[in-house]
Design a protein around this ligand. Sequence first.
Ligand SMILES: Nc1ncnc2c1ncn2[C@@H]1O[C@H](COP(=O)(O)OP(=O)(O)OP(=O)(O)O)[C@@H](O)[C@H]1O
Length: 125
Amino acid sequence: MRSDLKGNKRKRTVGFAFAVRGWKYAWKERNLRIQVGVGATALVLGACFRITVIEWLILVMVIGMVIAMEMINTAVERLLDYLAPEFHPNAGAIKDIAAGSVLAVAVVAAVAGAIIFLPRIALLF
Ligand SMILES: Nc1ncnc2c1ncn2[C@@H]1O[C@H](COP(=O)(O)OP(=O)(O)OP(=O)(O)O)[C@@H](O)[C@H]1O
């Protein structure tokens, strides 16, 4: 029983280490770095403008959605480059659809950011 608990804890630790390694692979993607940079900027702006709790919740959720979707897109690209390295319309369509899913959440995040920040930025002028 005790060793089972230890085993589970070890599994969790190892799983976490794999996830961190996944971040290291994904970090090579320029788009991911840009999105993390944009997200960090939005968090700094949120602190500067003292946004409300609800606005914080929306902000962190859309940032998380964009980053997670970009990582899934990167994984799909890698998977296809590995499984189907040669040109094929289906491979292209799958990559385009995955990229489209990033665009969808990025547009939602941009709209949320505009709703939260634009009125406050406008007040500065
Ligand atoms: N094997 C393929 N067969 C057909 N079209 C492909 C194939 N690989 C890529 N494409 C087309 O080229 C586009 C770009 O693919 P690529 O793998 O270079 O991704 P990317 O968006 O440039 O990502 P990154 O710059 O992060 O590698 C795809 O969206 C797809 O339209």
